[in-house]
Write a protein that binds this ligand. Structure first.
Ligand code: GLV
Length: 333
């Protein structure tokens, strides 16, 4: 029996690879980052499955180069790097890895909140530079997290997990979402407000919406000017949701107190990005879901989704549900 060909375009953990062994004939990109485009396309020539990740752009050009492709299994919850309508029109299933990374991403968001508010990165650098001469009442004074107000933009799984943590810090929770989250309202005492009210009233504004045409540039100059001068913007969702030029001006001219960023418009963020020069901006290299538990679980989930499609089953995390209205899936395994 010939096995279906699959290309794994990221250095996937063993937890996922072992599920693929013996079931599909797969190649893996084992180096860091992402394969050069021509190598990626070459590896997809006969492939029925692609296991992709954040650095891989999955578009019409890729689909043209992969005429047998039936599934793109994304190792991430966000799938803004994939042209989903194009995949659907070609009958290709797209899957992602929700849920398993929710706690890790919410934890990291809270790490950014605390690090930004209490100037942890700056304090660590200060100590190591030898500048610490004495304990002083005004040394590295930050903002209090406990009892403050958090505004959550996008109240999906991750937004709600952040709200839950915020309640543990006695924070008041506001949220902006197109749909009302009644359960979160009763369980977390969260209040739905307009985006403008959220920006005006929050001490921490934390972004948890997907990147779509509607959310690209959602936080620009107008929105940053609505925020309190003492407020902190946290972005652990996607870089392009924020206008980085406007954010630089806001943080350097004191429209807001600072920012904590795990994501950037261009990743890896170029070292000459002005935001990296500001002491009141905490920056991380897109590590929201990078806990051992979450990353291994993502590998398993991505492998399972990929195999399900190739076995003619409905994958657990199908993003483009309308693809199933197309001719029925058939098993090639
Ligand atoms: C990470 O950013 C993800 O979307 O999973």
């Amino acid at each position: 029996m010939t096995l279906a060909k699959v290309y794994v375009a990221i250095p996937l953990q063993e937890a996922g690879l072992k599920l693929l062994r013996g079931k599909v004939d797969f190649g893996v990109w084992e180096k860091g980052g992402t394969p050069p485009r021509d190598e990626l396309l070459r590896n997809l020539r006969d492939a029925e499955g692609l296991l992709s990740g954040i650095p891989v752009t999955v578009d019409a050009e890729l689909f043209d180069a992969a005429p047998k492709l039936r599934v793109v299994s994304n190792y991430a919850v966000g799938y803004d790097t994939i042209d989903v309508p194009e995949a659907t029109s070609r009958g290709i299933c797209v899957t992602n890895t929700p849920d398993v990374l929710t706690p890790a991403t919410a934890d990291l968001t809270f790490a950014l909140i605390l690090a930004s508010a209490r100037r942890i990165i700056e304090a660590n650098a200060f100590l190591r530079s030898g500048d610490w001469k004495a304990w002083e009442p005004e040394l590295l004074v930050g903002r209090e997290v406990a009892g403050s107000t958090i505004g959550i933009v996008g109240m999906g799984n991750i937004g709600q997990a952040v709200a839950k943590r915020a309640r543990g810090f006695d924070m008041k929770v506001l949220y902006f979402s197109h749909s009302r989250q009644s359960e979160a309202e009763s369980a977390l005492d969260a209040k739905q407000v307009t985006l403008d009210d959220l920006l005006r009233e929050s001490d921490f504004v934390s972004l948890h919406c997907p990147l779509t045409n509607a959310t690209r540039g959602l936080i620009g100059e107008r929105e940053l000017r609505l925020m309190k001068k003492t407020a902190i913007l946290i972005n652990s969702a996607r870089g392009p949701i924020v206008d980085e030029k406007a954010l630089y001006t806001a943080c350097s001219e004191g429209w807001i107190w600072g920012a904590g960023l795990d994501v950037f418009t261009k990743e890896p963020v170029p070292l000459d990005e002005p935001l990296l020069k500001l002491p009141n901006v905490t920056t991380l290299p897109h590590i929201g879901s990078a806990s051992r538990t979450a990353r291994d679980a993502m590998a398993v989930r991505a492998a399972e989704n990929l195999l399900a499609v190739l076995q003619g089953k409905r994958p657990r995390d199908l993003v483009n549900r309308d693809v199933l209205t197309l001719p029925p899936l058939s098993s090639t395994l």
